[in-house]
Write a protein that binds this ligand. Structure first.
Ligand code: FAD
Length: 472
């Protein structure tokens, strides 16, 4: 069996070697053709189509250690799959050994201490499900099928960011299998340099096997959902969004979306496929206060759909899932903004009018609040001046539509990037975004990250990521 080496060369691994390796594992080792190999090797974005030489679905830390030892001994290219949601496909690599974490999904909640320990293969929904049993939550993203590991290692934001910062600001410890196959703990008291690097520097320093999150009281019932209007109201609705977002209490997070209407049951059939505007709102405090906070949205104009109401927080976390299925083709462009300027609003509407697919959207996420209060060098997630995320989100079904949709996203971005604070979200970068964009995302942290990398992974074993070269 052919496999790729870290130096780019190839090696033939014999059947006997693989069988011997298999005896050291509790979880299954999958080869091309095996049942479940396809499920493991495929990722959310169908633009990415790579075939690892073999996949180990780890069943515990000892399996992860065995994989790192095996890869190290044979100098094999290694990739790590969390939830497989990275748009650039950084979970997978051709002819590599893939460590697939998806069977490690345990969550332990210490309700009194308000801490959750989650295994690194958890999806967001796994963690929310367990923490909400106790009326607690940590900051996670908007799509419940995303992996906690990739999201947290890149920073992470969602409905609770305004109150408690980046997801990584809510991490108090991580367990990591390092390049020399040791299990270490990283926290502010132990291996503090590694802990700093892991909170925004991605999977550069080892295989994270568990993450400790601080929890906050949230729900279980909150006020959340969407109100939609026809796109003819776009200028008025985006101005409403701009005004409300600037005044919103930290418990309220507002998201503006303009796109062709999906075939959702809460929207009338006659608008499906036609352009609409929507405000997605989540008030994570007391529901009675939430109803007051969203009243101005619900009473605005003549909505074509309104599902903004009291609902469980766990359900809120899944509201957008159906809009982002695994297996479509995706291409995004994103920037951090400090404000929503009227001139930007005009451009958002203009470029939404040129969307080439029924699944694409232009989105503004509100994130300003707690994250702005920490120092820029608190962690590599940085970008402490960001208050909104502009996401030009192309999504379509067939390879024949690639060029039209990618061109649409690039044109819109070229026209709007001047509104950026100069930073961008590392986890939203696409495959074709190179060192200049990584620099925009990580900024001044890059130099310190290279030092941390040199200490913890001097041979750059963990390179299938937004790679930081070890300082030499
Ligand atoms: C539909 C969709 C919605 C999203 N919404 C949000 C959002 O609301 N907020 C937000 O912040 N982000 C969001 N993201 C971005 C998301 O945070 C990134 O895509 C992230 O990389 C996904 O993590 P994952 O574990 O699923 O990724 P994967 O593709 O599995 O991995 C991504 C990277 O992390 C590394 N990695 C994964 N697990 C480990 C581990 N255990 N140890 C070391 N390295 C590891 C991988 O090697 C790879 O380099 C969204 C993405 C998608 C596709």
């Amino acid at each position: 069996m052919k496999a790729k080496l870290t130096d780019g060369g190839q090696i033939d691994i014999s059947r006997n070697t693989i069988d011997a390796f298999r005896t050291r594992l509790l979880g299954p080792l999958l080869l091309p053709g095996d049942i479940r190999y396809e499920e493991s090797r495929t990722v959310w974005n169908a633009m990415i189509d790579r075939k690892p030489a073999f996949v180990v679905r780890c069943l515990g830390v000892a399996d992860v250690i065995a994989c790192v030892q095996f890869a190290r001994h044979n100098r094999l290219l290694l990739c790590i799959k969390g939830g497989g949601h990275n748009i650039a496909g950084l979970a997978t690599a051709e002819d590599a050994l893939m460590i697939d974490m998806s069977l490690m999904r345990g969550v332990w909640v210490d309700a009194r201490g308000k801490v959750a320990h989650a295994q690194a293969g958890c999806l967001l929904s796994d963690l929310d499900r367990e923490t909400q049993v106790r009326g607690l939550a940590t900051v996670l993203g908007f799509i419940s099928l995303t992996g906690i590991a990739g999201l947290t290692l890149g920073g992470g934001f969602g409905y609770l960011t305004r109150r408690w910062g980046w997801t990584s600001d809510n991490v108090i410890g991580m367990d990591v299998v390092t390049a020399d196959a040791r299990l270490v703990h990283a926290s502010s008291d132990e291996n503090a340099d590694l802990f700093w690097g892991l909170r925004g520097g991605g999977g550069n320093f080892g295989v994270v096997t568990g993450i400790d999150y601080v929890l906050h009281p949230v729900g279980p019932e909150i006020v959340a959902g969407v109100v939609a209007w026809p796109a003819s109201e776009a200028a008025r609705v985006i101005e409403l969004y701009r005004t409300l977002a600037e005044q919103a209490p930290l418990e309220l997070t507002l998201v503006f979306i303009i796109r062709p209407a999906p075939p959702a049951p809460w929207l009338p059939k006659e608008v499906h496929g036609k352009s609409i505007v929507a405000i997605l709102a989540c008030y994570s405090g007391r529901p009675d206060k939430g109803e007051e906070a969203v009243a101005a949205i619900k009473s605005f104009g003549n909505p074509i759909g309104d599902v903004l109401m009291r609902r469980p927080y766990v359900q809120t976390q899944t509201l957008l899932d159906a809009t982002q299925p695994k297996g479509r083709r995706y291409y995004w462009k994103s920037e951090y903004l400090s404000h929503i300027e009227p001139a930007l609003c005009e451009k958002v509407i203009k470029h939404a009018g040129k969307i080439r697919s029924p699944h694409s959207a232009v989105i503004l996420f509100q994130i300003g609040g707690a994250l702005n209060r920490l120092k820029e060098d608190h962690s590599p997630a940085g970008n402490r001046g960001a208050r909104y995320v502009l996401n030009i989100a192309g999504s379509w079904e067939t390879a024949g539509e690639d060029t039209a949709n990618i061109d649409w996203a690039r044109d819109a971005w070229n026209d709007m990037k001047s509104f950026s604070i100069g930073g961008t979200y590392i986890n939203f970068l696409t495959e074709d975004e190179g060192p200049d964009r990584i620099k925009a995302a990580l900024g001044a942290a890059l130099q310190r990250l290279a030092e941390v990398k040199a200490k913890w992974d001097p041979e750059n074993m963990f390179r299938i990521n937004r790679n930081i070269r070890p300082k030499g």
